[in-house]
Design a protein around this ligand. Structure first.
Ligand code: NAD
Length: 243
């Protein structure tokens, strides 16, 4: 029971990797704050946790909005007490070339993907005791990519640099900060990607399950990873290793 009595905030908890992480952390004793843009999907995750005998609450928020992020943190602390784990999982993609994408659409991706990591770090760390952990979701797109997803790839590359730098700032507070870079994972985000649909991005042979990622996220979030800090763990079934 690695998360017994710990308040765990998981963004994007209404689907895919985020939902699998919520379920695994709750099964290991965590009190989960399931954050999602969509109230019904966050609530569906909460319902699954309750059915399994766990503890959870839903928080509807746009994680790219600092006021909404602060409201989530306030809700989590007032309900469950100080925060032990934050998983920054929620993200979005666009599929428009840089020369055609609007400025607003470009900055929306950066704000949701990178801004959320900034806001939950800035406002969340103040509520985290020594021994707490933050896990940020990057992507293999931070390392190798395909056309038309530059805002997404940029946000993920920045998340890895943010993770490294913020981990150093948190050393004195004894809060560990790590990232996970998933490869292709069987979730709506993967199969809705037009590059995957067209075959421009090949995923054959190395598609993980959301539970595979949840296992790695829970490792980094737990004391099992007490000596792991400031790093990005690539969890892609070996996809990046193959030329
Ligand atoms: N699935 C993959 O193949 C894959 C690969 C690499 C990285 N990732 C990363 O893993 C993470 C989870 O992806 P997934 O595949 O589980 O996606 P998903 O689409 O299944 O779930 C994402 C969830 O985030 C929520 N969300 C999106 N924007 C939000 C916002 N502004 N505020 C609050 N919630 C918001 C969505 O409502 C959804 O429930 C993302 O950071 C993604 O970039 C996924």
């Amino acid at each position: 029971m690695r998360f017994s009595g710990k308040t765990c905030i998981v963004t994007g908890g209404g689907s895919g990797i985020g939902r699998a992480t919520c379920l695994r952390m709750a099964a290991e004793g965590g009190r989960i704050v399931v954050v999602d843009l969509h109230q019904d999907s966050a609530q569906a995750t909460v319902d699954q946790i309750h059915t399994a005998g766990g503890e959870a609450t839903a928080a509807t928020a746009n994680v790219g909005d600092p006021a909404e992020v602060q409201a989530v943190i306030k809700q989590a602390v007032s309900l469950y007490g100080e925060i032990g784990v934050i998983v920054n999982d929620a993200a979005m993609m666009t599929f428009t070339p840089i020369v055609d994408i609007s400025e607003d659409d470009f900055w929306s991706v950066i704000k949701v993907n990178l801004g959320s990591v900034f806001y939950f770090s800035k406002y969340g760390a103040r509520q985290m005791p020594p021994g707490s952990a933050i896990v940020n979701l990057s992507s293999v797109h931070a390392h190798k990519t395909t056309p038309n997803v530059v805002p997404y790839a940029s946000s993920k590359g920045a998340i890895e640099a943010f993770t490294r730098g913020f981990s150093i700032e948190m050393l004195a507070k004894k809060i560990r900060v790590n990232a996970i870079a998933p490869g292709a994972v069987d979730t709506p985000m993967l199969w809705n990607n037009p590059n995957v649909k067209s075959g421009a991005e090949k995923v054959t042979g190395a598609v993980g399950k959301p539970e595979d990622l949840a296992a790695a996220i829970c490792f980094l979030a737990s004391d099992d990873a007490a000596f792991v800090n400031g790093t990005t763990l690539i969890v892609d079934g070996g996809r990046l290793a193959q030329l």
